[in-house]
Write a protein that binds this ligand. Structure first.
Ligand code: ZN
Length: 440
């Protein structure tokens, strides 16, 4: 048996012949008048993938199908012995192909080593790194089964939905771990993030949306962070928005990711920082903990809606009295006159239990948030007083991918998709994928 010592730098004869035969087939398809132009193009595309498969299979076998000496060191400290060559099927962006690799075994611990396995990022699976990336990319946008259909049609990359789910979970978890690592360094003062901007207005808006898990519906917490420039009417207009989404039930994890993202967006270099949100207590606790310098603004539209709810509960659905009461009090809210608003709520004498409950809740809500309702001052500064950006993000980041009919998630499953999805939507996809692809 010939033992190859180093990869050949000339294209092997058999590959040359195979490639030439495929190129000839392409040419035949093109000059055949009976074929439509579209059919010919599709044939050429399919054949060019086959050319790629031939070259890739031969090249990988050339690269990894050679012996690196009769022995190599095992992780256990003992020696692994060269056992021979093994051929296996892998799936690449060009489709499935076989490649031959050298195979070693440790006599002491039984560990096996296949050349190229690690370099290609196979890790016991059958997908090359570019294939893993393509699958993760499409799955971050559409459900696993749709991704299978799309990729199969567009590139002939074969896989089943469960494999895609597994891949996404692996990479989603790694993205999460990398972010946690960065977070630890950030909080320990070992890492300083280079701000994307300076001297800007930075908005942090928070909200939560429910996703269906296998047992029940659970909250996913979401933050949309954006900078803003004054629009024509003098009111800020959002510029670039990035998002943080956390399906983990621990609030602490969300808070740290939120702080990390804000730091990336130039939190410490911003001219002004604003937190705009509806009145959920967890939101303001996070704001106080991570952004003590921020101006806190209660989302005006949520607050107005609460007043309409009170009006309806007390005076009846669709009544003139309900509308008039609500409009008058939205006026107080808009004027930042929380004292009058509270007086007006206290003066209500609802007869129904529903009405009494609505008034009680609203009193608590507006009393707690009274320092976050100085709308005339916010408007004078041209600030945003609504949390529409995060509401849009709830739809775009979470709902369009994770809240489709029939979907039931596990916590790691949905978190993995959200990690991949925010990476993509925040335009940081390559920050994760480039290093692993070049690590080999
Ligand atoms: Zn060993």
């Amino acid at each position: 048996m010939r033992v190859p010592q180093g990869p050949s730098d000339v294209l092997p004869q058999v590959v040359q012949q195979a490639v030439l035969a495929l190129a000839e087939k392409m040419w035949t398809a093109l000059i055949d008048d009976r074929e439509s132009a579209a059919a010919a193009e599709e044939q050429v595309a399919g054949l060019s993938r086959q050319v790629g498969q031939e070259v890739l299979a031969a090249g990988l076998s050339e690269r990894y199908g050679r012996q690196h000496g009769p022995r190599r060191r095992c992780d256990c400290g003992a020696q692994q012995r060269f056992e021979g060559y093994r051929t296996r099927q892998i799936t690449t962006v060009l489709g499935p192909l076989p490649y031959r690799r050298a195979y070693y075994r440790c006599l002491a611990c039984g560990a096996v080593y296949y050349a190229g396995e690690q370099a290609m990022g196979l890790e016991g699976g059958c997908f090359s790194l570019p294939a893993q990336e393509a699958i993760s990319l499409v799955c971050s946008e559409v459900p696993f089964e749709r991704a299978r259909v799309l990729l199969h049609r567009l590139s002939g990359l074969p896989f089943v939905a469960s494999q895609a789910e597994h891949l996404c979970q692996t990479h989603g978890q790694r993205i999460g771990q990398a972010q946690q690592q960065e977070c630890r360094q950030l909080f320990a003062g070992e890492l300083e993030l280079v701000p994307e901007q300076r001297d800007h207005r930075l908005y942090i808006t928070l909200d939560a949306t429910k996703t269906r898990f296998r047992d029940d519906w659970h909250e996913t917490r979401l933050a949309a962070i954006y900078d803003a420039l004054p629009g024509r009417d003098g009111i800020d207009e959002p510029q670039r928005t990035t998002t943080v989404a956390c399906a983990r039930r621990h609030l602490e994890a969300f808070g740290q990711s939120l702080y990390q993202e804000a730091a990336r967006r130039g939190l410490d270099h911003a001219r002004e920082v604003m937190v705009v949100a509806d009145g959920a207590p967890w939101i303001w606790n996070q704001a106080a903990e991570h952004f003590p310098q921020a101006t806190q603004i209660l989302d005006f539209y949520h607050a107005s809606e609460r007043l309409h709810t009170v009006g309806r509960s007390v005076y009846g659905e669709g009544t003139k009295a309900a509308r008039e009461w609500a409009e008058r009090n939205v006026g107080h809210l808009s004027a930042g006159d929380w004292k009058r608003l509270l007086c007006s709520l206290k003066a209500l004498r609802p007869r129904s239990a529903e009405g009494q409950e609505a008034v009680r809740t609203a009193l608590g809500y507006f009393h707690t948030n009274r320092q976050r309702m100085d709308y005339p001052a916010y408007r004078a500064r041209g600030l945003h007083i609504g949390s529409g950006v995060v509401e849009a993000a709830c739809k775009c980041v979470v709902a369009t991918r994770c809240k489709r009919t029939g979907m039931r998630w596990t916590e790691p499953g949905v978190q993995a998709i959200l990690s991949l999805r925010t990476l993509l939507l925040n335009d940081r996809w390559d920050e994760y994928w480039q290093p692993i692809k070049t690590a080999a």
